[in-house]
Design a protein around this ligand. Structure first.
Ligand SMILES: [Zn+2]
Length: 135
């Protein structure tokens, strides 16, 4: 199943107003303090990524479980994984980081399997700039 992307209409009617609300709330909450704005924006981005990907400790525990399950071998090439830097690859991004939906692989093997996979956000941002929502 492909990742759910927003349609151009959803981008314009749902995402753009939501994003503008968030920006206005960040501006308002920081009260003109640029450093506070930076810290709030960074914290919000981090918390949003946790909603999708889980917290770092949860992913670390899952990585360890996958390493044991795969006997320390890459799920793509079958060679031993490095002690650190192995990639927890989701079979379907929307299904999240679970034992069933992930595999532990070499960084290089992961890149070879999906060399042209751009971030879904690139697609959305390209659409947004075409719609000139940010202007
Ligand atoms: Zn490999």
């Amino acid at each position: 199943m492909a990742n759910r992307n927003l349609t151009p209409i959803e981008l314009r009617n749902l995402f753009a107003p939501l994003f503008n609300d968030v920006r206005e709330k960040l501006d308002s909450a920081s009260g003109g303090d640029e450093q506070l704005l930076w810290a709030l924006r960074r914290k919000l981005a981090k918390e949003l990524s946790y909603l999708e990907r889980g917290k770092p400790m949860e992913r670390k525990a899952l990585k360890l479980a996958k390493r044991v399950e795969q006997h320390g071998l890459c799920a793509i090439c079958g060679q031993p994984l490095p002690e650190s830097g192995a990639v927890l690859d989701r079979k379907e991004a929307m299904a999240g980081y679970t034992l069933e939906n992930t595999r532990l692989v070499h960084h290089e093997c992961d890149r070879q399997v999906k060399p042209n996979e751009g971030s879904p956000n690139d697609h959305g941002l390209a659409l947004l700039s075409r719609l000139a929502i940010f202007s």
